[in-house]
Ligand binder design. Structure first.
Ligand code: CTP
Ligand code: CA
Length: 225
């Protein structure tokens, strides 16, 4: 029975999901990256599509396959992700930002492969746009969901981001735990909304995605009342 009621409750919802870790080029062969595998975002995309949503995935490079029924748009840098998300945002009902977006990029990309010499190398970095904060600034009816990977003060940092970026939900992970965060098949953390907190024990990422989408469905239902 549970299975039957957990069916297509996201039908007619347009959901944009970002995933993966952006890559910021230094020269033609090197980039600054991060440890995101993309698993969490891809798993949310797969489960949202299974629940009937129209899912667009804007993804930085990963080793993962696009889930069935999901439209995938490939990007490399934070700036490219920003541009694609801004083009697509107006037509979305829900945006879930699972991507690990580089906060900084090399100010100049060397045209040729950088050669080493005996001195130290200094690469000057400049700020990337904050995609989620920008979405929060212009949000109207849309539901906005962020992620926060923290190595200290998990709840305080996540709540500060929920507030600052004008989000409806944030999923916070403690990346110092070895069963949560980057490259693992499980996740552990807490889902924080404006009104409450749901602690998640260590769970497979499929189950975390499922709980997150349950919370989103609850918020949509509450709005509809
Ligand atoms: N995010 C984003 N654009 C950025 C940086 C982050 O959209 N340039 C999004 C992430 O996708 C995530 C959320 O913001 O959903 C939180 O990311 P996080 O790195 O934890 O927060 P920051 O605001 O970048 O703060 P800091 O890294 O300084 O902790
Ligand atoms: Ca950041």
């Amino acid at each position: 029975i549970k299975r039957l009621t957990k069916g297509l409750e996201l039908t007619d919802q347009r959901i944009l999901i970002t995933a993966g870790g952006t890559q910021e080029p230094i020269d033609p062969v090197r980039f600054i990256g991060n440890h995101s595998s993309g698993k969490m975002g891809y798993t949310v995309a797969k489960e949202a599509a299974r629940r009937g949503a129209e899912v667009t995935l804007v993804t930085a490079p990963t080793a993962l396959q696009t889930p069935v029924g999901v439209e995938s748009i490939q990007v490399q840098t934070a700036q490219q992700m920003y541009e694609r998300v801004m083009e697509l945002q107006a037509e979305q009902d829900i945006i879930i930002k699972a991507a690990a977006v580089a906060d900084y990029r090399p100010q100049k990309i060397a045209e040729n492969k950088i050669k080493k010499d005996d001195s130290d190398l200094v690469i000057k970095l400049e700020r990337n746009p904050d995609i989620l904060a920008e979405l929060g600034n212009r949000k109207e009816e849309k539901l906005l969901v962020g992620f926060a990977a923290e190595s200290e003060d998990l709840i305080a940092n996540a709540e500060e981001k929920l507030e600052r970026k004008n989000l409806d939900l944030i999923l916070a992970n403690d990346i110092t735990a070895d069963d949560a965060g980057f490259g693992t098949d499980t996740n552990r953390g807490i889902i924080i909304s404006r009104t409450d907190r749901e602690e998640l024990p260590t769970l497979p990422k499929e189950e975390v995605a499922s709980r997150l989408l349950d919370r989103i469905t609850n918020l949509l239902e509450r709005r509809g009342e």
